[in-house]
Design a protein around this ligand. Structure first.
Ligand SMILES: Cc1cc2nc3c(=O)[nH]c(=O)nc-3n(C[C@H](O)[C@H](O)[C@H](O)COP(=O)(O)O)c2cc1C
Length: 189
């Protein structure tokens, strides 16, 4: 039997993305965003409020970074989703994280997060109820400790945080369940 639960638009998994940009004084503004996803092979769409300090900062900068938050950094990752640079000028300093300018346009690469997508602001889409920022991914870097033998990112080494919109929990990534574009092949007869 099926039962009705609270209306939520998010399914599983929802990411925990760290959006960061430098302001004109090279100060980092950073926020947490679960409403973000790939919208092309080299494009990321973020659904972020126009009032956030980070949103305003990345629009001025024209470049920003998207990092994958991992279990080891759950405290600063959540903190940047609670505090706002609009009211807390030293928000980034309080995280204890470190940023260096990325090589593909100078967006801040947060050293503690395992995977970082350096993006150029490509498009801004406003509808009646949503503010969408589309970034073109110019460079992706990963800490070498999260790479597999093939030199690519190994999700089991990243330990990304997964967001649950129903109960607002952070979860760990589970085990690999199968291979995409392959598991369904048994029915291709
Ligand atoms: C788990 C989590 C996910 C969030 N996802 C989003 C999101 O997708 N879009 C958004 O606009 N705000 C999101 N927020 C809220 C912002 O991160 C939050 O309002 C933050 O304080 C904005 O900071 P800023 O004003 O310094 O940029 C999220 C917060 C948390 C804790």
């Amino acid at each position: 039997m099926r039962k009705e639960v609270n209306i939520q638009a998010g399914g599983y998994p929802m990411p925990v993305l760290m959006i960061a940009a430098y302001d004109e004084n090279k100060k980092v503004e950073m926020m947490n965003a679960a409403w973000g996803m790939a919208c092309g092979g080299d494009q990321i769409a973020l659904f972020i409020s126009s009032g956030h300090k980070t949103t305003q900062t990345l629009k001025k900068a024209g470049v920003f970074s998207v990092s994958i938050a991992d279990e080891a950094n759950i405290v600063p990752a959540d903190f940047v989703g609670i505090a706002s640079g609009n009211t807390m000028p030293d928000k980034f300093e309080k995280t204890g994280l470190h940023a260096v300018p990325g090589e593909a346009g100078g967006a801040p690469v947060i050293e503690e997060f395992p995977v970082c997508y350096e993006c150029e602001l490509l498009e801004e889409v406003n509808t009646g109820n949503v503010h969408c920022i589309v970034g073109k991914v110019k460079k992706v870097t990963a800490d070498e400790k999260v790479l597999g033998a093939d030199g690519q990112v190994d999700p089991e080494k990243v330990h990304p945080l997964i967001f649950d919109q129903f109960g607002r929990g952070y979860y760990k990534l589970g085990e690999k369940a199968g291979q995409a574009w392959d598991a369904g092949n048994v029915l291709m007869k």
